[in-house]
Write a protein that binds this ligand. Structure first.
Ligand code: NAD
Length: 498
């Protein structure tokens, strides 16, 4: 059995805690490897390595730091097939989808190749008599990232690329479900010229997370995962004096106006609802058709497409979607479908009991569609994180708008319409972080910032874009006066520019 350890100080090291967790093949249910779960002492060892290496890295000029990322991007492209296969093998998503996961991370690495420009400070000449004032953006020191299973390449890169480019050392604690790609990324960063100790990957569970959150030398923590853990990480990090940005769960709605191109909306819902088996924080899980006629036509068009989804293991290059990640996820999604039926929603397409020949023990759930869902039902309130779409019928635009507005989560939302006024009003009034206008999954590109509102995000700076440079640096402002501007005698009043 393959035993996966950690990557500390530029080397692979075995786990020492005596604790480990199984990694399954989601298509077959077989255990394919074990991963070590780090103790507090192992996190400490990684931090000591990071601490020793960081000052020299921060003092490396920004062009040289950028060059590591230019080379890393080249290596990602060179190893794309190998990385995608490694990712799919543990996650279960299709290989093409894994490539999307990697490329969205790669794009943030391309963005940070501009670090000499991004990290520039500000300067005011003559702020007073012979006084100049300048602000610097200096690395926080040691940053940490705690990541979810669903994007094991993209999200680690969203975190470590800007952090490292800014001159920080980094401790990455990936999901214990699919740790192999993060470890491979760390090896490639070394190959790209990163000094040992700047990027450390320590695998683990709650014990490792708690060790990170209480470590005195870690200055900033970025988290992505479910909302209860995001809330916990944010509170604990803040209590321990750390800067924190924590991104949580979602329930993303798509409003379909009566004037929308319905075929476009249906295709968008298929990709956004069922791609990656619905295991995306930006997946659309609620469709809100406006008006009975729109609703009837929408459900009529969706149902046969969902029934004919091609579901398969990642090795099936024609599959639209793969299995769920674990047995627990499989059981959870099935029981939420049961709950929807119990609470009176109409199950138009039932994905329970889907079996794939030759893969009977895999965690496959067929595409499912509920109609006549209401806001009091558990399937509406809960993030299902599976291939299940709920249709909530709205009488008019205001009623449709009210649904995502009142929902606990605020990650993403979309509207399908040809009406510019409606789209503009929607984007302006909605209390959600990322809006798509005829775009189902509005994940911003690397040079804009990614983040939700309400229970989808805790902290005030987003991922990537210029927010990430602010998050991973501290501002220092220097006021300098040359002796020619200094008057004789002591000044006892507060200096002003009056
Ligand atoms: P998760 O919350 O179970 O795990 C995320 C991380 O937290 C993992 O590294 C895990 O080891 C750690 N963790 C788990 N339990 C913990 C505990 N009790 N204490 C401390 N740490 C703990 O999430 P997941 O199942 O891996 O990922 C799916 C979730 O992530 C979904 O809710 C999804 O919406 C969310 N997500 C959000 C975004 C976003 O940007 N908002 C992006 C991707 C995924």
């Amino acid at each position: 059995m393959r035993e996966i350890g950690h990557f500390i100080g530029g080397e692979h090291v075995g786990g020492k805690s005596g604790r480990s967790s199984n990694i399954y093949n989601p298509a077959t249910g077989e255990v394919q490897a074990t991963v070590a779960l780090a103790s507090l002492e192992e996190i400490r060892a990684a931090v000591e390595n990071a601490k020793a290496a960081q000052p020299k890295w921060a003092a490396t000029n920004p062009q040289r730091r950028a060059r590591v990322f230019f080379k890393f991007v080249e290596l990602l492209n060179k190893h794309m097939d190998e990385l995608a296969e490694l990712l799919s093998r543990e996650h279960g998503k299709t290989v093409e989808d894994s490539k999307g996961d990697i490329v969205r991370g790669l794009e943030v690495c391309e963005f940070v190749c501009g670090i000499p420009h991004l990290q520039k400070g500000e300067f005011t000449e003559g702020a007073g008599p012979a006084i100049d004032m300048y602000s610097l953006r200096q690395a926080v020191g040691i940053g940490a990232g705690i990541t979810p299973f669903n994007f094991p390449a993209m999200i680690p890169m969203w975190m470590f690329a800007p952090a490292i480019a800014c001159g920080n050392a980094f401790i990455l604690k990936p999901s214990e479900r699919d740790p192999s790609v993060p470890l491979r990324l760390a090896e490639l960063m070394i190959e790209a010229g990163l000094p040992a100790g700047i990027l450390n990957v320590v695998n683990g569970d709650k014990a490792a997370v708690d060790a990170i959150l209480t470590d005195p030398d870690i200055g900033a923590v970025s988290f992505v995962g479910s909302t209860p853990i995001a809330r916990y990480v944010y509170g604990t990090a803040a209590m321990n004096g750390k800067r924190a940005q924590c991104f949580g769960g979602a329930k993303n709605h798509m409003i379909i106006m009566p004037d929308a191109d319905l075929d476009q909306a249906v295709n968008a819902l298929m990709g956004a609802g069922y791609g990656s088996a619905g295991e995306r924080c930006m997946a659309i899980s609620v469709a809100v058709p406006v008006g009975e006629e729109t609703a009837n036509r929408l459900v009529e068009k969706l149902a046969p497409k969902i029934e004919s989804l091609r579901i398969g293991p990642y090795t099936d290059d024609k599959a639209d979607m793969g299995p769920l990640v674990t047995k627990e996820a499989y059981a959870r999604v099935n029981s939420l479908i049961d709950r929807g039926v119990e609470q009176g929603a109409k199950l138009v397409v039932d994905g329970r009991g889907f079996k794939l020949q030759g893969y009977e023990d895999g965690y496959f759930v067929g595409g499912s569609l509920f109609d006549h869902v209401t806001p009091d039902m558990d399937i509406y309130k809960t993030e299902i994180f599976g291939p299940v779409l709920s249709v909530v019928r709205a009488k008019n635009y205001e009623e449709a708008l009210d649904l995502p507005m009142k929902h606990e989560y605020g990650n993403g939302v979309a509207i399908y319409t040809r009406d510019g006024d409606a789209a503009r009003d929607f984007a302006s009034r909605i209390n959600i972080g990322m809006i798509g206008i005829n775009v189902p999954i509005p994940v911003p590109l690397a040079y804009h910032s990614f983040g939700g509102w309400k229970a989808s995000s805790f902290g005030d700076l987003n991922q990537h874009g210029t927010d990430s440079i602010k998050f991973w640096t501290k501002t220092k402002t220097v006021t300098a006066r040359w002796p020619s501007g200094i008057k004789d005698g002591a000044e006892f009043v507060m200096p002003t520019m009056k």
